[in-house]
Design a protein around this ligand. Structure first.
Ligand code: DGL
Length: 261
């Protein structure tokens, strides 16, 4: 099974992308709805949560882990890759690879949670590969609660997105990294407000492409993962909103299992 996790609903955008790029592969998902959001927590707390969840997913049969959360990827990647021996994917690296691979002179906008932006991981990784790149980052702490609440098209959401993106627009970014897996859910609003000429890099699509490429380079791993198109969804708190958004994303009836860690 492919194990995927996030603080809540956001990682489902990664599940959706994985199902498109690796059709049929069984997936086990954990959404830590009882402890979300992660973006306002300290790195130490987020690392502890990540360790617990990865151990749980391995116990469920995960053979490969996708940390479908930029906040976790920003602060916990080094610790968990040392701790566990199975392949673990973060969402930051594939998005950075895409951003620096774009032909034009990169003026890159990055939006994410407070923890992700405070870690400065995107700027550090981008500058390492493209020292000539300009990076402008902006924390958008209100967007995760709005997505979790299902306020996807409300005028208030559009207004808040516009306000957050204004400084990046002024600096004329030519690409924008969605550095939070919740943001693809409101990608249309973001694209409209940043302008259609700006190339949006969706970390959920980027990581799914990376996992698919890894599996094709390691066919023995791919052959060992069951392909019954199963999707097991565990959450640490069952909320009607999680169910509603999951159903909207997958266009199918969703069954949630409660798992407290
Ligand atoms: N989807 C998570 C991320 O990518 C949201 C973090 C949060 O819970 O604040 O950062």
């Amino acid at each position: 099974m492919i194990g995927v996790f996030d603080s809540g609903i956001g990682g489902l955008t990664v599940v959706r992308a994985l199902r498109e790029q690796l059709p049929g592969y069984d997936i086990v998902y954990f959404g830590d709805t009882a402890r979300a959001p992660y973006g306002t927590k300290s790195p130490k707390t987020v690392i502890d949560y990540a360790n617990e969840i990865i151990a749980f997913l391995i116990a469920q049969g995960a053979q490969l882990i996708v940390m479908a959360c930029n906040t976790v990827s920003s602060v916990a990647t080094a610790t968990v890759t040392e701790q566990f021996s199975l392949p673990i994917f973060d969402v930051v690296t594939p998005a950075v690879d895409q951003a620096v691979g774009l032909g034009h002179r990169p003026i890159i906008g990055v939006i994410g949670t407070r923890a992700t932006i405070a870690s400065n991981i995107y700027e550090r990784k981008i500058k390492k590969l493209r020292p000539d790149a300009k990076v402008h980052s902006k924390a958008c702490p209100l967007l995760v609660p709005l997505v979790e609440e299902g306020w996807l098209q409300k005028p208030e959401t559009v207004m808040i997105v516009k306000k957050y993106l204004h400084p990046l627009k002024v600096r004329q970014v030519n690409s924008l990294i969605l550095g939070c897996t919740h943001y693809p859910v409101i990608k249309k609003v973001i694209q409209r407000k940043i302008g259609k000429q700006v190339h949006i890099i969706d970390s959920s699509l980027a990581v799914a492409a990376e996992v698919a490429a890894y599996i094709s380079r390691h066919p023995e791993l791919g052959a060992g993962i069951a392909k019954h198109n199963r999707l097991e969804l565990f959450v640490s708190d069952i909320t009607t909103q999680f169910k509603k958004t999951a159903q909207m994303l997958f266009k199918q009836h969703i069954q949630l299992e409660l798992q407290r860690l």
